[in-house]
Structures are given as structure tokens and as C-alpha cells.
Design a protein around this ligand. Structure first.
Ligand code: GLY
Length: 261
């Protein structure tokens, strides 16, 4: 794994688990996953992160934890601290142990406690506002805890209703300073004050998940019409084929935790 030691941007990743076929699925039908191909696609994704200036901190594989490649769900990382989540799916709770060990080297840690449940995929930070999707994975108790933890650092935490998709970041992600990529069938644009929007192509409902890194945007190759909409806005779209990760109800934000280091 090549790294860019001068980069100030760190991407924490974890390889695809040998158990990925047993992943949690909520809105996606179960189909056969080619694990070897999933691993190659994940490596290509890491290379895209490196090309955009990230240094990769790759954790050890968790061969018994099916969804453990989706590290985003285990923590909220801000400049001031990291909040270790309590994932909504019981099968995913053991993922946090190694994540806390890794992030503890870079940030002071806080934790979401029971009865709170929170997946990082439900958390979208825009400036000092932290939006949290009220999904099947994240609950009001966790939003209250996160609000108390982050208020002392000047962040405002706001719950957002959504439906039809797994996480808030399945429905909306940030692609520019005041620009969100959104599927309005899953979440109401009016929830995001003072923002502008690119709507996904109606034929690509799962196209709202994009990962901005520096001057570029890592984006799934499976959504070419929405990619074109992003390019028409002048955005530098770097496509990656993540077809096998999509079968596990994952996308591009899910596979890394990005932090300034
Ligand atoms: N398979 C991803 C998740 O459900 O958490």
C-alpha cells in the first residue's frame, strides 16, 4: 500500500470481510457477492483516496464481522473529537472495538451509550450543523446524546426524518460548500436550510451517496446519469466500480473515515 506521508488527510479503512455474504440488508435484495471482486474494488477505492491526497490507515480484516468494511458507521470524526457510535444492528456492535483503538491515537473519544443507537451513515455534517437521519438504525436517544456532546464544541445537532433507504447519506451528501446531492423521494430538501441541490437522476434512486475529498468527488460508476449532472456543475467526479459493495447495501462514504491528521 503506497502512502502519501505529507498529506494531512487520513482515511481509515478496513478490508472486505470473508463473511460479507452474511451482511445486514434492509432495502436491497440478497444476491450473490463475489468476495474476491469486492476486495479488488475496495482496493481500487483506496487508490482513488490516495490519488486525491489521502494517507490510508488500513485496519486488520475482521473475518467474522460481515459488514466491517463499512467503517463509516462506527464513528463520527470531527476536528475536536471522535464519537464512537453504538450501531443500530446488533451484528455490527463488535466493529467498534478496533475502531476506537485506531481513532484513539488521533482524537479524544466519546461514546454513544444505550439506549442510544447511531450509525455514522446517518450523520451528515454541513459546517457547524450535524444532521442525523431518523432511520431504522439511529434513534432519538442517540441524537440527544450527540447533541449534548457536540454542543460544547459549537455544533448544532438536528434529527431528519427519512424513508425508503438505509441511511441519511443514502439520501443526501455534500458535494460543494453550499451544494447537496439529494434524492427528494427519500428526504425533504427543505430540511437543509440555505443549501442548493443537485437532484439524482430519477432512474438512479441510490445515486445520492458521493464522497468529496479535496478537489474531487469519489462516486459510484453505477450512476452515470447523475455523474453527468455533477460534472455539469463543474465538479471533478472520480468514478469507482463498487458493484459488489452495493450488493451489501454499501456505497462510497461507508468505506472510510476521513480525518485531518
Ligand atoms: N450492509 C450494511 C448495513 O446494513 O449496515
Amino acid at each position: 500500500m503506497s502512502t502519501n506521508q505529507e498529506s494531512t488527510r487520513l482515511a481509515v479503512t478496513r478490508p472486505v470481510s470473508a463473511a460479507m455474504a452474511a451482511c445486514e440488508l434492509t432495502h436491497v435484495p440478497r444476491t450473490a457477492i463475489d468476495i474476491d471482486l469486492a476486495r479488488r474494488q475496495h482496493e481500487d477505492y483506496e487508490q482513488a483516496l490516495i490519488r486525491l491526497g489521502c494517507r490510508i490507515e488500513r485496519l486488520a480484516e475482521e473475518p467474522a464481522l460481515a459488514d466491517s468494511v463499512f467503517v463509516e458507521d462506527t464513528a463520527i470524526v470531527l476536528d475536536e473529537l471522535a464519537v464512537i457510535t453504538r450501531p443500530g444492528a446488533q451484528s455490527r456492535r463488535a466493529e467498534i472495538t478496533s475502531i476506537a483503538a485506531a481513532l484513539g491515537k488521533h482524537r479524544r473519544l466519546e461514546r454513544i451509550q444505550a439506549p442510544g443507537t447511531l450509525d455514522g451513515g446517518d450523520v451528515l455534517r454541513v459546517g457547524r450543523t450535524v444532521y442525523v437521519g431518523l432511520s431504522t438504525r439511529s434513534n432519538a436517544a442517540a441524537i440527544g446524546q450527540l447533541g449534548a456532546l457536540l454542543a460544547r464544541h459549537g455544533y448544532r445537532v438536528q434529527g431528519v426524518p427519512l424513508g425508503g433507504c438505509l441511511h441519511l447519506k443514502s439520501a443526501v451528501t455534500q458535494v460543494g460548500p453550499q451544494l447537496l446531492l439529494i434524492n427528494p423521494a427519500y428526504v425533504e430538501p427543505a430540511r437543509f436550510a440555505d443549501m442548493q441541490f443537485v437532484q439524482v437522476d430519477p432512474g438512479e434512486p441510490l445515486a445520492a451517496n458521493a464522497l468529496p475529498i479535496g478537489d474531487g468527488i469519489i462516486y459510484p460508476a453505477s450512476n452515470p446519469r447523475t455523474a453527468q449532472r455533477l460534472r455539469q456543475r463543474g465538479l471533478a467526479v472520480h468514478t469507482v466500480d463498487v458493484s459488489e459493495l452495493e450488493k451489501a447495501e454499501g456505497a462510497v462514504t461507508c468505506c472510510s473515515l476521513i480525518l485531518s491528521a
